[in-house]
Design a binder for this molecule. Structure first.
Ligand code: NAD
Length: 333
């Protein structure tokens, strides 16, 4: 069965997803939701989308009556995901949502609850969960190739440009680099070690108080401890480039990936040699897999459901608390 998707938010990542869907085997772009009529018109022409499948943010709830759309993929600024996903759920459509799923765990949980109540699925765009070299490292770890896992390091960041963009606006972004790029290290620490942290510590540094206003973090370093005794040390930043690196160390072996989370090709090596799985278009594989999760109840090796995303949001809440208080913050995920 083909998953017929409407994209909500026709910005840069929405555009990338729409392109990727063109090479999917069981996903079709059938609708759009946007506040900009000129963009809708362009997308309609490009993807052959009829007028009846085009919505604004005002009338998005009417999607309820549209039999051509199975799911809505929300790809708007972070703080808007909460209300939009809940509207999608209330309209009886499956929701796919970009990361971070929300700007805190409370809102994330409300999204999970709304989708459960509406009996629709809630999936989050964690494209790395379907990336072949990432899955190979996870397979090797599960097989014991690295022995007991001892340590993970995740370095995620880039130098952010235009100071007027929504990513630097607390109201729309919910925070700063941690929400946007640090979440890859948080999520990566979990799928690379196979464990959820039991406490976090964190430290913030800010060099530019004009560009990075109150509540918008420029750089945060954070540390996790896992139930096995393994630890993680991570860096999230909007202040430097060339930071896209994962390192997992165990008693018997290691995996290092660089780049580790960009659009690829993902490269790296382990104690057994180069990671050499062929490059895929992450968003295309993700969408085909999501069709199987929605229609066939397929279980992803690393889950992408709303509950998993709430765990990342609880960690984000804890990191911000640790920054604010200087305390070690306990977590129960
Ligand atoms: P973008 O600025 O390019 O696009 C955002 C879109 O939302 C624009 O079309 C904009 O018009 C629209 N929008 C609707 N209401 C808005 C409002 N009130 N203010 C500002 N814009 C509004 O951003 P993007 O890079 O496409 O990011 C969108 C989401 O996708 C974010 O949550 C981001 O974290 C996520 N993202 C994920 C990945 C990934 O690899 N998974 C990559 C990039 C972005």
């Amino acid at each position: 069965k083909t998953l017929r998707v409407a994209i909500c938010g026709l910005g840069s990542y929405g555009t990338r997803v729409a392109e990727a869907i063109q090479s999917c085997s069981r996903v079709k772009l059938t609708g759009v939701i946007s506040g900009t009529p000129s963009k809708i018109k362009k997308w309609q022409e490009k993807y052959n989308i009829p007028d009846k499948n085009c919505y604004s943010y005002e009338n998005l709830d009417k999607i309820k009556d549209n039999p051509d759309i199975d799911a809505v993929y929300v790809i708007t600024p972070n703080a808007l995901h909460h209300v939009q996903v809940i509207r999608v759920a209330k309209a009886g459509k499956h929701a796919i949502c970009e990361k971070p799923m929300a700007v805190n765990a409370k809102e994330g949980q409300e999204m999970v609850d709304a989708c459960k109540q509406a009996n629709v699925k809630l999936l989050v765009g964690y494209r790395m969960h379907f990336e072949p070299n990432t899955l190979e490292v996870i397979r090797m770890r599960n097989k014991g190739d690295f022995g007991k896992v001892l340590f993970f390091q995740g370095l995620c960041g880039f130098k952010i440009g235009d100071p007027s963009q929504w990513r630097l606006n607390k109201q729309l972004a919910g925070g700063g680099s941690l929400m946007d790029i640090g979440i890859y290290a948080i999520n990566g620490a979990r799928y690379m070690t196979g464990e959820d942290p039991i406490w976090v510590t964190a430290q913030e540094s800010k060099t530019d108080h004009v560009k990075f206003k109150e509540g918008v973090d420029e750089t945060i370093q954070f540390q996790f401890s896992f139930p096995s005794g393994a630890t993680a040390s991570c860096l999230s930043t909007y202040a430097m480039n060339n930071l896209d690196r994962f390192f997992l160390n165990g008693e018997k072996g290691f995996a290092e990936m660089q780049p580790s989370t960009n659009y690829g090709p993902i490269k790296g090596r382990t104690n057994k040699g180069e990671l050499d799985k062929p490059h895929t278009i992450h968003q295309a594989v993700q969408m085909d897999e999501m069709a199987a999760i929605i229609f066939d109840n397929k279980q992803a090796v690393v889950p992408v459901n709303g509950e998993e995303a709430v765990k990342d949001l609880k960690i984000i809440d804890a990191i911000y608390e640790a920054v604010r208080t200087g305390n070690k913050v306990s977590l129960k995920l």
